[in-house]
Design a protein around this ligand. Sequence first.
Ligand SMILES: *Cc1c(COP(=O)(O)O)cnc(C)c1O
Length: 377
Amino acid sequence: MQFRDLATQYNVLKEEIDRNIQSVLNNHAFINGKEVKQLETELAQYVGVKHCVACASGTDALILPLMAWGIGAGDAVFAPDFTYFASINCAMLRGATPILVDIDKRTFNMSPAALDKAIEAVIAEGKLVPKVIIPVDLFGLPAEHDSIQKIADKYNMKVLEDGAQGFGGNINGIRACSFGDAASTSFFPAKPLGCYGDGGAIFTNNDELAVALRSMRMQGSSPQDKYDNITIGLNSRLDTLQAAILLPKLHALVEHELNDVNEVAKRYTKALNGYVKTPCIPSGYSSSWAQYTILLKDKTERDGLQQYLKSKGIPSMIYYPRGMHQQSALKTLRSGMGEFPNTQNAVASCLSLPMGPYLNITEQDDVVNSVLTFLGA
Ligand SMILES: *Cc1c(COP(=O)(O)O)cnc(C)c1O
């Protein structure tokens, strides 16, 4: 059994993917080919924003907006403690100070109450200026964007939605990657919309920001004159090949994969609810199920279950084994970082089960039965 079955997806979409790859090889427009433009147009339309700017990774999709906003030394950037390191790394690369925020223990997403408190504390201390909030749509579930936007408005801050795992989810029909001043996503192969390498995209309704991002992904070049550099930037473009691969994958995601993966989640939750803590999807929210993450009683039970599943040939992952406040790279920032009880609980007892739109019924039953057998249920 695969943890996330990319092989079956490729077999299903093989004809179209192979044809698109061959077409790029025939046209040899490997950078900025027409498939990139088409993908950007389709992504913007699906998400429901004016602009999509494709780039080289989900990490760059976080760095580029921070660059465009001039975020740097002396600025505070708020992000959840329980996330992938890129959500924090982007702020550190800019020389800004990341301020970690504890999560909501039910959803694993940034707690708006803890965020408000953390901003107040930074203001009271008077050393840093609160500038940006980076809510993460963890495991595919959109963050509490309504409450977070209200907080951003109150303190006159920008919001950068980290939708690397969130693409395909929505809140009352408003799609992930459309929240905040800008949003990022990742096309890392195992994400809800993945390519066959690295890739990412930024979404925004702001015309000026879109122009700046397009320049900054090309070394800061002028839109009129490629050899006149109007600002400082990265070399961060999405390969035409990856765009050509993503087009049929986007269509499959929209046409059936999101439904299929939600069916898997429904079956998992129905079978496991009451025996483990199953994922909480608040009313009005829809997840794209980047991960299906359960909570066990404690670390002993979690580690035991993972070992047992392994003995049955079932892969599982600990997303994540430590909070950002426990990262070695943040050692010097550690003192005075505060407490993160909900992250602590999650890192000790979380386990992500095999998941994806191509996980068949036999595999799902296998996972469920093994979990229940281990728990003596
Ligand atoms: C994967 C991921 C990223 C980074 O994406 P890459 O394409 O790997 O650079 C950023 N944030 C979160 C939450 C992620 O899961």
